[in-house]
Design a protein around this ligand. Sequence first.
Ligand SMILES: Nc1nc2c(ncn2[C@@H]2O[C@H](COP(=O)(O)OP(=O)(O)O)[C@@H](O)[C@H]2O)c(=O)[nH]1
Ligand SMILES: [Mg+2]
Length: 368
Amino acid sequence: MSEYGEKLEGKLGELEEEFAKTQSNKATHKHLGILKSKIARIKKEVVEASKKQKGEGYFVKKSGDGTVALVGFPSAGKSSLINRLTDIKSKTAHYAFTTTTIIPAIMIHRDAHIQIFDLPGLIEEAHKGAGGGASVLSAIKSADLLVFVIGADDRRCNLDFILHELESFRIYVNKEMPKVQVKRMEKGGGVKIEVNRSGMDDNTVKEIFKAVGEYNAYVQIWDRLSEDELVAIISKRSRYINGIVALNKIDLREDYEKLAERISRKYGMEVVPISATNSTNIDAMKEAIYMNLGLIRIWLKPRLRSERATPMTTKRGYTVGEVARLVHTEIVNELKCAYVKGKSVKFANQRVGAEHVLEDGDTVTFIT
Ligand SMILES: Nc1nc2c(ncn2[C@@H]2O[C@H](COP(=O)(O)OP(=O)(O)O)[C@@H](O)[C@H]2O)c(=O)[nH]1
Ligand SMILES: [Mg+2]
């Protein structure tokens, strides 16, 4: 082993020893103390957030097939990008801390109507903290997808900072929501831990539940998660949202492809290199948004041959029955079967049942 390797090994041993020591009761006690103060802080946050909903903050009126928030530093090109993606001028209102309804611009792609908004000043306000950022970030929670706009000329390219900021407001990007099941129990039953794969010990988990006011419950935690995550999940304050990157201003940087790859690898996110001012790759950007919202388009065809099929936007994974329900409750009640043409079937006009999962581009004829 090299000298350097030996040094590393020694350091590792030290660390392991230290770790073993902190498992002692005293340390656990201190740890629980820290935990309690954390929870107190979160409780305060909950109260403040509920106050804010009345007077301050942003409200995003939702409609259409999906909602997208653009997130990025000032001058990254968010407004320019919105203007390229949509015909309607971005109507993001001023952000003095008064009640503000954000009216998102609409992007139309493959017949889907997708709402897009950005929050001027988000990042500055967020790190000032003091509640201001919280009310701004609450708007982000209404989004189905985040697009991080980064200027390719910006040497900082600080996605770490942005993601960290979002996590401090319990917004987790490109992470699966850890599975936590809570079943209410009768009064006096206490907190019973049935499954605990959290990585925390049972007592810590119980403390957390009591701190957020859950005294009687059966608890199953199926995935590893942090204290903060658990608190946020049981108090229903966390959001798990998918994110992609718009690497903007590629006209200003020759080696943008390398940068795009580096960002994609580091963050495990899809990166679309664009230039908002030169209109480069705008269609690819639209397509990436559409795909990452999990949207598909199917065609509804009436039984009569003479009638044309009409397009409809749904989510990936929807069945014939679910789509029928979206069209009309009468159809789903009387549905016998459907004839499908397209990627989800082996041959054209294959007869399928309500459980059949549709795919992008399928043509469906309901038989009632
Ligand atoms: N060279 C270049 N400049 C851009 C591009 N996109 C935006 N800009 C410029 O960057 C500045 C900030 O853009 P803006 O859309 O207002 O950024 P926002 O603060 O994120 O909304 C403006 O001067 C834009 O003209 C681009 O793709 N290439
Ligand atoms: Mg702007």
